[in-house]
Write a protein that binds this ligand. Structure first.
Ligand SMILES: NC(=O)c1ccc[n+]([C@@H]2O[C@H](COP(=O)([O-])OP(=O)(O)OC[C@H]3O[C@@H](n4cnc5c(N)ncnc54)[C@H](O)[C@@H]3O)[C@@H](O)[C@H]2O)c1
Length: 311
């Protein structure tokens, strides 16, 4: 992608900053971010000539004016926590659904080429038809999951009603450098690494036999860019296609960190799903292949980043 005008909502966050950094030298980037969980130092060069930063809530902006001359929109800004959405479903709806519908409206008014939406494997809920295909009926078990499923439906309806081009990417469990470790809702890999590095007892919610399908953040950034450049309108799972239990994952993290710490088991959290494993055949529609042999190398890169960040 070259010489395009790109808007990234949530561009200072974990995934958004990887997209911004990989596109910034060759394109003009506008980021909207309210810094709830994003960080300016996630951007390699925050003073880059090609960067315009709008530090604001998505809901408080004149989006039609902001999207003037934009070619592609990557929409990542959202309430990202399942437990927080269970605590506050109205706020989740405003931040995830209302904000998205406003953004889609502005995309139509500005005739943008395509929007790539960050959806989630959470829309599958407790569906047990593994590996999960995009054609399954959504079974959201949290307001967060319902908000992502709603946005996918709005995307399809805006495509049908106004011809807006879109791809919704259902990420499975993303990991990698810059993942938020300070949030009380931090994801499992940063939780494990951080606890071990800080000599705390790592925690597993449930019995640890729940499975997840992990995908590296660099591959997720690539999925976004490929999706923008593809002519596919629809939903695509973004995952490795391999599943691993949380207990197995903990053993790998422990071995990689050369640590000998026992884990503490706490009750399962509301809204958490039991199993997650993707059918990845649709990834070819956006020309995406993921090399799954690199998992341990990617884990080492992630650990090195957390070590550095701790300093
Ligand atoms: N990380 C994962 O494993 C995962 C899995 C599935 C889906 N997703 C989705 O991918 C997207 C990005 O997730 P992430 O892991 O990078 O999270 P993140 O919290 O690191 O990034 C979200 C960014 O959006 C910003 N933001 C939040 N609400 C905003 C608002 N109302 N207005 C403006 N900015 C706002 C935050 O400050 C942050 O920089 C989210 O939509 C999330 O639901 C992530």
């Amino acid at each position: 992608m070259k010489d395009r005008n790109i808007l990234i909502t949530g561009g200072l966050g974990f995934i958004g900053s990887h997209i911004a950094n990989s596109l910034m030298d060759d394109n003009s980037i506008t980021i909207i971010d309210n810094l709830t969980s994003g960080r300016l130092d996630y951007i390699d060069n925050p003073n880059h000539d090609n960067l315009t930063l709008i530090q604001n809530d998505l809901n408080g902006l004149d989006l039609t004016a902001t999207l003037k001359d934009i070619d592609y929109v990557f929409h990542l800004a959202a309430m990202v926590s399942v437990p927080l959405s269970v605590e506050n479903p109205i706020r989740c709806h405003e931040e995830n659904v209302t904000a998205t519908v406003n953004l889609l409206n502005a995309c139509v008014k500005n005739d943008i080429e395509k929007i790539v939406f960050s959806s989630s494997s959470a829309v599958y809920g407790e569906n047990t038809n593994m590996p999960l295909k995009e054609s399954e009926i959504p079974m959201p078990s949290s307001p967060y999951a319902a908000s992502k499923a709603s946005c996918e439906l709005y995307l399809k309806s805006f495509h049908e009603s106004y011809g807006l081009n879109y791809t919704a990417l259902r990420y499975f469990n993303v990991f990698g450098p810059k993942q938020d470790k300070n949030s009380p809702y931090a994801a499992v890999i940063p939780n494990f690494i951080n606890a071990i590095l800080e000599n705390r007892e790592p925690v597993i919610y449930g019995d640890g036999e729940q499975t997840r399908d992990f995908v590296y953040v660099g591959d997720v950034a690539r999925a976004n860019i490929n999706a923008a450049e593809s002519d596919y309108n629809g939903i695509v799972n973004v995952a490795s296609g391999k599943r691993i239990t949380i207990n197995e994952l903990y053993e790998i993290v422990k071995k990689t960190l050369n640590a000998d710490v026992d884990v503490r088991y706490l009750p399962k959290r509301p809204g958490d799903i039991e199993h997650s494993h993707a059918d990845i055949s649709n990834m070819k529609r956006i020309n995406l292949e993921i090399d799954t042999t690199d998992f341990e190398k990617q884990l080492v890169e992630t650990i090195n980043w957390f070590r550095q960040d701790l300093k």
